[in-house]
Design a protein around this ligand. Structure first.
Ligand code: NIG
Ligand code: FE
Length: 420
């Protein structure tokens, strides 16, 4: 029987469907199915065929793209970003060069707190326009699903403003967005002496956030000079009781033990984990809490010790990767660059890296059933890469390898072109 489709991709050199029944943990991260001479059929925004080119004789298409032997994968998933913020922090580069530590800049009222000032001043329209630009850029780099956090308000009014902008972006931007409430991102200057009162104020927002469907996840920055493990546990526990899924910025700079705490609370993910202890890694493996590693941040903070991805994978942890796009510790929209840093500094294999930025990343934000895989019946988020094979993307670094990005079956980005 002849099948009619809207769009047919043929002559794919390597097609990575990334299909998996659940997140890929530990050694299973090495698994990668490669379909050579592949084809993908798309109809009404949905994948209707995944297979080899010789099986498409029965398919008629309105439009055919000859992929000329290129690599084709699902759209990338970026499971940890801070896209909605005011201002920028290029002036901190000189401080970094002088060796002023990240937490010291924060202590002096800079860092996150300077972005808070700029975000409080910005209108919803300004924040929307700015975030929309960054999301467009992410899309041109092959990302089709993104998690986005609040956390540059640190007061109810501005946190709500950020969350509302995220919701508008969810409704109007082509990118798929998953929203996280990170009100507990830093202690605002006004509450320096009473962080617990500040956390209570943030908790008091949860009913409204739930009611208005402004976030699915609650996150907290557990770090020296920010929130302690005990404060974070109590905070996340209350968020869980209100029906939120949990995330945490844990053991990013100092090894405080946030990793163990997140695992014991059944957090969906624990992120950063540069200083995670042996016990923390074991607990992640046991609990299934996904490790979202952010090696771009370690690189950008000029550190030489990276998260222990190899130990995590050997112990059976599910590892994912993200940009951590934010104005301070990781100003990049480019998940391909993170794939390179993961290869060089985390010593992850190319197969592990591809699982980390697709199937595992989708599970880290509760979208395992929707994003990160190319399978019949799923939405057609597809990237055609200017690359002959999957090894090539982490290898040739710092540039954009995207040829074409397809979102919900529609072409939304194409590679840069020189205009004569
Ligand atoms: O994930 N660590 C805390 N939050 C962000 C940085 C935010 C900022 O510096 O503006 C992070 O690295
Ligand atoms: Fe972050």
């Amino acid at each position: 029987m002849i099948q009619q489709v809207d769009l047919l991709l043929t002559n794919i050199g390597q097609l990575l469907p990334m299909t998996s029944t659940g997140p890929r943990a530990g050694k299973a991260m090495q698994e990668l199915t490669i379909i050579e001479d592949g084809a993908v059929g798309i109809k009404d925004g949905t994948v209707v065929f995944v297979g080899t080119s010789d099986a498409v004789t029965d398919i008629r298409a309105d439009k055919v793209i000859d992929c000329e032997g290129k690599l084709v994968t699902p759209g990338l998933v970026d499971p940890h970003t801070h896209v909605v913020f005011g201002g920028s922090r290029e002036h901190e580069m000189a401080l970094k060069q002088q060796g002023v530590p990240y937490l010291e800049i924060l202590k002096q009222g800079g860092g996150i707190l300077s972005t808070v000032e700029a975000t409080r001043k910005a209108t919803e329209e300004e924040l929307y326009k700015k975030a929309s630009f960054y999301l467009d850029r992410m899309m041109t780099f092959g990302t089709t699903t993104v998690e986005v956090k609040s956390g540059y308000g640190l007061d109810a009014k501005t946190e709500m403003k950020q969350l509302k902008v995220a919701k508008q972006l969810q409704q109007h931007h082509k990118m798929d967005l998953v929203s996280t409430f990170l009100g507990a991102h830093a202690i605002p200057t006004s509450h320096k002496e009473n962080p617990e009162q500040f956390l209570d104020e943030m908790l008091a927002m949860l009913d409204d956030i739930k009611e208005e469907e402004l976030a699915e996840f609650v996150d907290i920055f557990t770090e020296t000079g920010v929130f302690t493990v005990e404060q974070s546990r109590a905070y996340l526990q209350k968020a869980k009781e209100k029906g939120f899924q949990l995330k945490i910025h844990a053991d990013e700079i100092d090894p405080l033990g946030g990793t163990e705490m997140a695992a014991s609370l059944g957090a969906t993910s624990a992120d950063h984990l540069v200083g995670a202890s042996d016990e923390g890694i074991k607990k992640l493996a046991e609990s299934g809490t996904i490790a979202v590693l952010l090696p771009g941040t370690t690189f950008y903070l000029g550190k030489h010790t990276f998260a222990r991805a190899r130990e995590m994978i050997e112990q059976g942890v599910t590892v994912s990767l993200a940009t951590d796009f934010n104005p301070g510790s990781s100003p990049t929209e480019n998940l391909q660059l993170i794939m390179t840093i993961a290869a060089l500094q985390l010593k992850m294999s190319p197969e592990e890296i591809w699982n980390a930025v697709t199937v595992n990343a989708a599970h880290a934000i509760g979208r395992g059933d929707e994003a990160g895989q190319l399978a019949v019946g799923r939405k057609a988020d597809v990237v055609i890469w200017d690359a002959p094979n999957y090894l090539y993307i982490p290898y040739h670094y710092g540039v954009n390898h995207v040829n074409t990005v397809i979102k919900n079956g529609k072409i939304v980005a194409e590679r840069m072109r020189i205009i004569d």
